[in-house]
Design a binder for this molecule. Sequence first.
Ligand SMILES: Cc1cc2nc3c(=O)[nH]c(=O)nc-3n(C[C@H](O)[C@H](O)[C@H](O)COP(=O)(O)OP(=O)(O)OC[C@H]3O[C@@H](n4cnc5c(N)ncnc54)[C@H](O)[C@@H]3O)c2cc1C
Length: 306
Amino acid sequence: MSAPGGHGELPAGVQREAPLDRLATVRTGGAAELFARVEDDERLCELLAWAAAAGVAVNVVGSGSNLLVADEGVPGLVLKLAGALADIELDRQRVRCGGGARLPAVAAACARAGLSGIEFGVNIPGTVGGAVRMNANAYGGELARALEWVDVATARGLARRAPEELGLRYRSSALRDGEVVARAGFALRERPAEEVKAALEELRRMRHEAQPQGIKTFGSTFKNPDDARAKGRTAGLLLAEAGAGGLAVGGARFAPKHANFIENTGAASTADIVALMAQGRRLVLERFGVELEPEVQTLGPVRFPW
Ligand SMILES: Cc1cc2nc3c(=O)[nH]c(=O)nc-3n(C[C@H](O)[C@H](O)[C@H](O)COP(=O)(O)OP(=O)(O)OC[C@H]3O[C@@H](n4cnc5c(N)ncnc54)[C@H](O)[C@@H]3O)c2cc1C
């Protein structure tokens, strides 16, 4: 088997030049040099071992809901988890999820089974793997509070890690590229199904009021700053007060309803988004002296000009 640029055989099921824009919620970016959909542990570990031996970089895409893909494409192998790696299995007060399982589906399955603890996932349009990597959170619900273990696949095989070993911090973890969350287990509490469903409904309603719906976006662009000069304001408030709301570059604009959301209004490129981010960041820096840091993750050679 050969490295990507070569002409030798690739492992079965690995495609060349697979467009990634359709796998990112903001719908921008180029193609993966190599791409594979992976449906079980064995194949996942085989592909990771092949890539390591061939010197091919590996990245994984979940729901692409926090992802900015380079316009020129992504070198190396991009994996997408599916099949058994996206399952949701309930067992009394526990739920085991594939890294590719969608968080809103996990929240809904747990609600139907009368299990509480992962309701916040209803509003996070990502996968379990992406949520662990990003330490996703909403309305005070904390992933780490329910998370019991994570099976991480690398070129050396699968290994189980405890939450304390994941380096979970505000919107980040110590997981590196090439370390794939294959599965995660959560411990939940019993609560009447009707109550959990009502809690989900309330969370959906709150989200509906606070955020624009039905737009092409990757959610929060910048992290909320940990800087006294922000005086407790969120990145969205700082951007709005600095006048970024509605500002546009090409097909990208800061959403009028939520200035920390960038919207692809039609034919935006990743370059448009990066240029817009730079403008918004500069406005906040000039007005408040606060340096915003991107929350959105990048895939491929995306360079922020600051
Ligand atoms: C409308 C909207 C609302 C949002 N609201 C919230 C919110 O309230 N709270 C919040 O925290 N986030 C929110 N987000 C951001 C996003 O949904 C989360 O960060 C989510 O956890 C990303 O998961 P994903 O599967 O989409 O990951 P992707 O965007 O596909 O990837 C993000 C990162 O995770 C890595 N990754 C993905 N899958 C795996 C895996 N299996 N193993 C290892 N690494 C992996 C990727 O390589 C990348 O580095 C929102 C996004 C949108 C579009």
